[in-house]
Design a protein around this ligand. Structure first.
Ligand code: AMP
Length: 175
């Protein structure tokens, strides 16, 4: 089963980036090309029948499988970046973190009006990051068709926050 194969390869790193956090390190998956191919297929398959016009991947781990999904599905890929990284004119969205705040950006021409955008990241924790990406897509004139994750930490209840944008939320692996 794909979920068990993925779980057996993800590396748990305790107390990173700070004490008390058990970090789910996906980089060992990237060494396994057959498994990574199966991951991209499974991530894409979830959305095959749905109205998706583009994939937005969240910096930086959301770029890895997000871009591969876009290729697999024959769709444009939109990088959602941390503030100050994109060279052209941007839309910006500021959001609150546990300590302080952060800003994310996309290029002003990345989203066409009314475009259905699927948001992808490696992992759903509290949902704050993906929620911010959804707000940014809407600010740019897009619609949120759903959320795609490799991993969901279900005990943090991030889905609840994301349901304000879409009920279509998928993850290949749940803890
Ligand atoms: P959140 O906004 O709380 O849903 O956090 C999601 C973002 O933080 C994603 O971009 C993840 O890559 C990262 N993240 C949060 N918690 C973890 C964790 N335990 N292991 C790996 N990445 C995490």
């Amino acid at each position: 089963m794909l979920e068990n194969r993925i779980k057996s390869i993800i590396r748990d790193v305790p107390d990173f980036p700070k004490p008390g956090i058990l970090f789910k390190d996906i980089t060992p998956l990237l060494h396994q090309h057959e498994l990574s191919k199966d991951i991209v297929k499974a991530l894409s398959e979830e959305w095959r029948e749905k109205q998706v016009h583009a994939i937005a991947g969240i910096e930086s781990r959301g770029f890895i499988y997000g871009m591969s999904m876009a290729q697999e599905m024959g769709l444009p890929f939109i990088p959602v970046r941390k503030a100050g990284k994109l060279p052209y004119k941007t839309y910006t969205h500021a959001y609150e973190l546990e300590y302080g705040s952060a800003e994310i950006e996309i290029h002003v021409d990345a989203v066409e009006q009314g475009m259905n955008v699927l948001i992808h990241d490696d992992l759903l924790a509290t949902g704050g990051t993906a929620e911010a990406a959804a707000s940014l897509i809407k600010k740019a004139g897009g619609c949120v068709s759903g959320f795609s994750f490799l991993v969901e930490l279900s005990f943090l209840k991030g889905k609840k926050l994301l349901r304000t944008h879409s009920n279509e939320i998928s993850a290949l692996v749940t803890y």
